[in-house]
Design a protein around this ligand. Structure first.
Ligand code: NAD
Ligand code: MG
Length: 360
């Protein structure tokens, strides 16, 4: 096991990365103000992993309230959030009851927001069970639910007390979900670490085959980079926006096709390809770099071609992205492989050429 330390102005917390961590109550016990927890999970993850985590905690003398929610992004709603509050209040959970999120990003985001709200703030621990949650959503403190008018529109910044990323939990993850998580891993290499990018090129086959050591390295480097960026800019007023590489195009794909048709990571994969193509169009990266990007995204089992939404729909959906600032389209583009920059004055003709180009 390795442990990273995420240090923020108001808090710091450990991110443990390794195998068979689910059975180690000692990773959780130091963070509990009271030997009482609620484990929030869903109907898919509960039969796989709830008994193990619950058993380890109960053996250590911790009272456990399991809260099992329906599975899916469609349930990341106010109504489901209320099910968490109903269960906590019915069992007379106090403010010192710790909420443990056992699941992917949907469970993590909802549980974090529930913890932020319950009695004005209950302790919260993340046990991410998808690769995406291990490298992205469990780290950094963004929590939210969806509103019918927009994804993640109701939420809070609320940091966990610990993150426990167990590589062995990824053994049961559907392959498509694994690839979706790899999109965010590739994103970190492209945006800020050329050496890591080269490591990913050399090790993508091991990652796709779920080699635990390779996964642990990828999760570690991804979390280090996210932690570093979040530590510089917790509330996204500057450099945190780099984490949106591929996401402006990706968001348009998700919205254009209807949310759920493509997984978020799949849309980010094709979105990073378009961001790379636009960077090439602007003369920042050469054709060889563009080809390397394409090979890596394809090797992760991700799409390298975006669906054809039509230029008007592309522009319309991209302008609705949360990252739009005062009406201007803002892109995260590549100055080089391993070096991203935020750009808000892209020539419309360059964008048009990409939207009419070979990656769509
Ligand atoms: P998810 O939580 O829906 O999980 C994907 C699927 O895998 C689900 O069906 C889930 O039940 C199942 N699953 C989870 N773990 C499993 C396991 N170990 N074995 C088998 N099946 C398993 O999706 P996700 O990709 O983890 O997260 C997406 C969510 O994360 C979105 O709601 C997104 O908005 C959010 N997100 C948040 C942040 C943030 O910073 N807070 C960042 C990125 C994404
Ligand atoms: Mg993302």
């Amino acid at each position: 096991m390795i442990t990273l330390d995420l240090s923020l102005p108001d808090t710091r917390y450990p991110i443990h990365i390794g195998r068979d961590l689910l059975d180690d109550a000692n990773l959780i016990l130091p963070h509990l103000p009271q030997r009482k927890v609620a484990i929030v999970t869903n109907t898919t993850v509960a039969p796989l992993y709830l008994a193990r985590l619950q058993g380890a905690l109960e053996a250590a003398g911790v009272a456990v309230l399991p809260i099992v929610l329906p599975d899916g992004e469609a349930y990341k709603t106010w109504d489901t959030l209320n099910l968490i509050f109903d269960a906590l209040l019915s069992s007379r959970a106090e403010r010192k009851t710790t909420l443990i999120a056992l699941g992917g990003g949907v469970i993590g985001d909802m549980t974090g927001f529930a913890a932020a709200c319950y009695q004005r703030g209950a302790p919260f621990i993340q046990v991410p069970t998808t690769l995406l949650a291990q490298v992205d959503s469990s780290v950094g403190g963004k929590t939210a639910i969806n509103h019918p008018k927009g994804k993640n529109m109701i939420g809070a910044f609320y940091q966990p007390r610990a993150v426990i990323a167990d590589m062995t939990l990824l053994d049961t993850l559907p392959q498509r979900e694994l690839s979706a998580g790899l999109a965010e891993v590739i994103k970190y290499g492209l945006l800020g670490d050329a050496d890591f990018l080269a490591w990913l090129e050399a090790n993508m086959a091991r990652l796709v085959a779920r080699d635990h050591d390779a996964l642990a390295h990828a999760v570690r480097r991804s979390c280090e980079m996210k932690a570093d960026i979040v530590a510089q800019d917790e509330k996204e007023s500057g450099v945190r926006a780099l984490l949106n590489l591929g996401h402006t195009f990706g968001h348009a794909i998700e919205a254009g096709l209807g949310f759920g048709a493509w997984l978020h990571g799949e849309a980010v994969g094709a979105g990073m390809m378009l961001a790379a193509a636009l960077s090439h169009e602007l003369g920042w990266i050469d054709a060889a770099a563009l080809a390397r990007t394409e090979r890596l995204i394809a090797a992760a089992g991700l799409p390298t071609r975006a669906p054809d939404l039509g230029v008007d729909a592309w522009l319309e959906h991209m302008s609705h992205d949360k990252k739009v600032e005062s009406g201007r389209l803002r892109f995260v583009l590549l100055k080089a492989l391993g070096q991203a920059a935020i750009v808000d004055d892209v020539a419309p003709e360059a964008l048009q050429r990409v939207l009419a180009g070979p990656y769509i």
